[in-house]
Design a protein around this ligand. Structure first.
Ligand code: NJP
Length: 238
């Protein structure tokens, strides 16, 4: 039987590229995200399955688990992004709340729901975090905290599961050219251009997808704990 991979946030960027690369590597890919039209088009191209899913909703994630079934060889917790990139003094805490819901609690919710299927398949879970988890930057308090919290889930789960046949990897991107590059600044292109000015040749989504496929394809006794992938010229963690 074909191996099953679930990719959250498969409607654009890193998640879309990863879904395509996993399909090319022979997986049946379940593409999960909120934008149904996009995941349906992508799933149709790669013979995958589209499941409309908001990872911040219990019902939505229960429906995803139902669609996945008893076995999941690979879960890629990729859904998320940055909201509310203002200094703490001006922070929009509602935006922070949504960001924590989608990134941190979303990854926890999907992982909890699919863990029995991952265990049954002796599978693997990949979390897409960020170099932002390594520290702070101006305006980054919310987002750095979100990604550090995801890292804490990875590290705790690895201890919780050490005697079970489940592998856990944290993939840590630097700057990648996706919708994120603009949406994280609320569409403010000028601000985005300033931050990206120093980076010659940012990563593209396929660069990350190739790394995730590499991680997925290691033999079962090999756990890649963390893979950090930056553009050569990225000057700082933001
Ligand atoms: O961005 P983008 P990336 N429920 O905006 C989905 C991290 N990262 O590929 O629901 C379900 O193209 C959204 O789907 P939709 C970053 O933090 C990036 O760059 O249809 N899905 C879309 O598919 C994030 O964790 C960079 O709107 C939800 C996807 O998430 C991951 O990489 C650097 C959702 C976002 O795709 C992918 O981001 C870095 C929800 N509630 C880390 N909320 C970078 N690009 O530079 C969002 O260090 N999505």
């Amino acid at each position: 039987p074909m191996r099953t991979a679930v990719v959250t946030g498969a409607s654009s960027g890193i998640g879309e590229a990863t879904a395509r690369a996993l399909a090319a590597a022979g997986y049946r890919v379940v593409c999960a995200a909120r934008r149904t039209d996009r995941i349906e088009a992508i799933a149709a191209e790669i013979n995958g399955i589209a499941v409309t899913c908001d990872v911040s909703s219990d019902d939505s994630v229960a429906a995803l688990a139902e669609a996945v079934g008893d076995r999941c060889d690979l879960l890629v917790n990729n859904a998320g992004g940055a909201l509310g990139l203002e200094p703490v003094a001006e922070a929009d805490l509602d935006a922070w709340q949504r960001m924590y819901d989608s990134n941190v609690l979303g990854a926890a919710r999907v992982t909890k729901a699919l863990l029995p299927a991952v265990e049954a398949a002796e599978g693997q879970i990949v979390f897409v975090t960020s170099v932002a988890a390594d520290g702070g930057y101006e305006g980054g308090a919310g987002y750095c905290g979100v990604k550090a919290a995801e890292r804490a889930i990875v590290q705790s789960m690895r201890l919780e599961l050490f005697d079970r046949p489940v592998r856990i990897c944290e993939v840590v991107p630097g700057m990648v050219e996706t919708d994120f590059s603009l949406t994280r600044f609320g569409g403010d292109a000028e601000r985005a251009a300033k931050v990206y000015a120093g980076v010659v040749g940012p990563l593209v989504a396929d660069d990350l997808a190739e790394c995730i496929v590499f991680v997925a394809e290691r033999p079962g006794h090999v756990n890649i704990d963390r893979m950090v992938v930056r553009p050569r010229s990225q000057p700082a963690q933001h």
